[in-house]
Design a protein around this ligand. Structure first.
Ligand SMILES: [Fe+2]
Length: 346
């Protein structure tokens, strides 16, 4: 026998002791280790204690049937190959055996050659399937590890971008981080998947990246802006989009950044999008952005406070802001689930 056939362990389940003995003898000749059981119950106990590469199982057993035992082994011990050994010589039984996952079917009385061929081919197939499963698991692990590494790198890149923007603009320092935290809490409350929640948090961290192109003195001007200055500010979603659109993120970050000043009634900027034209992630970002901005100090005004911010989104619920998103935002604050945390530079 080939090297891959060495000492595979076989469990033979048959209530006819003479059949068990003959099968045991053939398997021994094939250099297999053989254990005999006379009923399903005994087989189950043995399966709990040892690992078997192959199960040779009669159908008609005293007590639990061989078919039920086979079904149990297929789900509980997927690496154990199964061959049915039965006196029933009928096509529908062969088909049923193969359908539930048996590798072969031997009809009693059998020829020795029939047993040898069935057993050898079952072992070959079982070995291939085990190798394929292990390879698949290793591949999955490798992909998961690489994805985790990639996400870690993306996380670092996004945090660096956020820092660069905030270094230039002391008044909005920490703003992106707090918007990201609120948007994340809202997305969680809305039942987003962990991956979508991660995406919206990332978008929040860099939603104002386009402000890098706005002169610092305009960003920190302690009075109202003139039209030209406001025009420069209004360009920041588009600038942010242009910066990010070439990078392939696993989330629509560039689009969310582009849309984070759009309003449900079309009065926002820069594209004047309406309702469903605005991504849900962006509709969340708009509300998180407004609430954080009103709750915090700005160069041209003192902080208005969280109550004023929640009042603003309530009054404009369904007009400027998505109704469902507003409700979720009110919920996360009123349920005490969320509080803005002061960041190190805020
Ligand atoms: Fe913005």
């Amino acid at each position: 026998m080939g090297e891959d056939t060495k000492r595979n362990k076989v469990l033979v389940v048959d209530d006819d002791a003479s059949i068990g003995r003959i099968l045991g003898h053939i398997l021994k000749k094939m250099d297999r280790e053989c254990v005999l059981a006379s009923c399903a119950e005994e087989a189950r106990l043995l399966l709990k204690e040892e690992t078997f590469d192959l199960l040779l199982c009669d159908i008609h057993l005293p007590g639990e049937s061989g078919i039920d035992l086979v079904k149990n082994v297929i789900s509980a011990y997927p690496d154990t190959a199964i061959i049915i050994v039965s006196g029933v010589d009928a096509l529908d039984m062969f088909e049923m055996a193969l359908e539930i996952g048996a590798y072969g079917y031997i009809v009693k009385p059998f020829k020795i050659s029939e047993v040898i061929i069935n057993v050898s081919s079952a072992f070959r197939r079982q070995k291939l399937e085990v190798e394929r499963r292990i390879y698949g698991e290793k591949l999955e692990q490798t992909v998961a590890n690489r994805t985790a590494k990639l996400l870690e790198t993306l996380d670092g890149v996004i945090r660096i971008i956020a820092r660069i923007v905030e270094t230039r603009d002391a008044y909005t320092a920490g703003h992106q981080q707090r918007v990201a935290e609120l948007a994340r809490a809202m997305a969680e409350k809305m039942g987003f998947s962990p991956d979508q929640v991660k995406g919206i948090h990332m978008a929040g961290l860099i939603h104002d990246v386009g402000k890098i192109a706005v002169p610092a003195e305009i960003l920190s001007k302690p009075c109202r802006l003139n039209d030209m200055e406001f025009g420069l500010i209004k360009a920041h979603p588009r600038t942010g989009y242009d910066i990010l659109k070439g990078i392939e993120f696993p989330w629509p970050l560039a689009e969310v950044v582009y849309q984070h000043h759009e309003k449900m009634n079309g009065s926002g900027y820069p594209q004047g999008l309406k309702e469903n034209e605005i991504l849900l992630e962006a509709r969340i970002m708009v509300v998180a952005d407004v609430v954080e901005a009103m709750a915090s100090h700005r160069p041209y005004r003192a902080a208005l406070g969280i109550d004023a911010a929640l009042d603003e989104i309530s009054r404009n619920r369904g007009v400027l802001y998505d109704s469902q998103v507003v409700d979720v935002c009110l919920d996360v604050f009123r349920d005490g689930e969320f509080k803005f945390v002061k960041t190190e530079r805020s």
